[in-house]
Ligand binder design. Structure first.
Ligand code: ZN
Length: 380
């Protein structure tokens, strides 16, 4: 995810914070200062947010560590102003695994809540909820008590069956055992969207803008994930070579091409990303739309493709799985096209459009089907 930077690493998982999170801290410090009129007030509300997000982080580690135990790879956990996101390499295939991974998150908050309540009470907190984070926290004990309360809220809110919240994931997993992943995701995301619409209006009418904002994220999260599962199902079993642009259909350039020649190809051709190959057909790099557009402003500064091309680019094998590997590498690298290579030699190019088309076309004629077809043609 863009705009996030690493703050630490635990159990092989990078912990990242999105820069907008600091806007949230600044906002709470500001409102805390304005309502209380003191630096202590500003510090208290900021500290509540920091500790609350530590709890969110532990919640995400709950998901991630169980997922690791079940053999899934976790890249990173990213903290956003509205919560945390665990970036899993792939989604669990077995519904029972998804339930375990999902439950582990809220369970962390269920464990943390009584600890915070206990510490709060030991420090002399009165068991009541403060009106808000800006004015209601008068003592250290009350601070801990409030965090206990926030952990209860985290656990309860996340267990609402509004997909993609944790509760919605559990609903999906339960439905998936009978209906299959696609149908289960469709139903749970429809339920998630209903909840989102309800939260949105409740938030708007009740003046709770945070709830309205969360509703928007739930809505788009549900839509996006349903789409992804549908795409995954439709491209299941397809390999990169089933949809890639084959070598004769892929325009390549050499490191010695001039920038003007590449620009000409972009303007008069259909490609925007070009694999760079040397005389022997070996892939040496790639020149993408990004470099071309940046250089187009001052073309005189760049003489050849060699000065502009990206060199450390990921490649993919034609046999690789289209969705699991192809789409994943495209998304992770941020590239719109990937060179497809076999033993270092270019055999084609896979673009983000190729992947999109594969899922739009529905079940494609597989490799074997295509050969059967040509065989028939030869006979007639
Ligand atoms: Zn969760």
């Amino acid at each position: 995810m863009g705009g996030a930077f690493k703050i630490g690493r635990f159990s092989g998982i990078d912990v990242r914070v999105h820069w907008t999170f600091f806007l949230l801290l600044a906002f709470f410090a500001f409102v805390g200062y304005r309502t209380s009129g003191s630096a202590v007030g500003a510090l208290t509300s900021t500290l509540v947010i920091v500790v609350l997000f530590l709890c969110v982080l532990l919640h995400e580690f709950g998901h991630s560590l169980v997922a690791q135990r079940l053999g899934l790879e976790i890249h990173s956990i990213t903290l956003l102003p509205l919560g945390g996101v665990s970036n899993l390499e792939s989604l669990p295939e077995k519904p029972a695994d998804e339930v375990k991974i999902t439950l582990a998150g809220p369970l962390v908050n269920v464990v943390l809540a009584p600890i915070f309540f206990g510490v709060g009470l030991l420090l002399g907190a009165v068991p009541r909820m403060p009106a808000d984070v800006f004015t209601g926290i008068g003592s250290v004990g009350q601070f801990f008590f409030y965090l206990g309360y926030l952990n209860v809220v985290l656990a309860v809110f996340n267990l609402i069956p509004a997909f993609p919240l944790d509760g919605g994931r559990i609903l999906r997993a339960l439905l998936a055992t009978r209906l299959g992943a696609v149908r289960a995701t469709e139903i749970s995301s429809a339920v998630g969207q209903l909840f989102a619409a309800a939260f949105f209006f409740i938030g708007l009418l009740g003046g709770n803008f945070l709830l309205a904002l969360v509703a928007v994220f739930i809505y788009f999260g549900a839509t996006g994930e349903a789409q992804m599962v549908r795409q995954q199902e439709q491209t299941r079993g397809l390999s990169v070579s089933d949809v890639m642009g084959t070598k004769p259909r892929t325009e390549t350039v050499t490191p010695y091409h001039t920038f003007g020649q590449v620009l000409d190809s972009v303007i008069h051709g259909y490609q925007e990303d070009f694999p760079v190959v040397d005389e022997s057909g070996k892939l040496v790099g790639m020149i993408t739309r990004e470099e071309i557009m940046a250089a187009a402003h001052s073309p005189e500064r760049y003489s050849s493709v060699r000065d502009l091309m990206k060199t450390n680019i990921p490649t993919i094998s034609p046999q690789a799985d289209l969705f699991e590997d192809g789409l994943r590498i495209l998304q992770q690298s941020g590239l719109r096209a990937l060179p497809v290579t076999e033993n270092g030699e270019l055999v084609g190019m896979l673009t983000i459009e190729d992947v999109g088309q594969a899922s739009l076309l529905g079940p494609l004629p597989r490799k074997t089907g295509a050969t059967a077809e040509t065989g028939e043609k030869e006979r007639t």
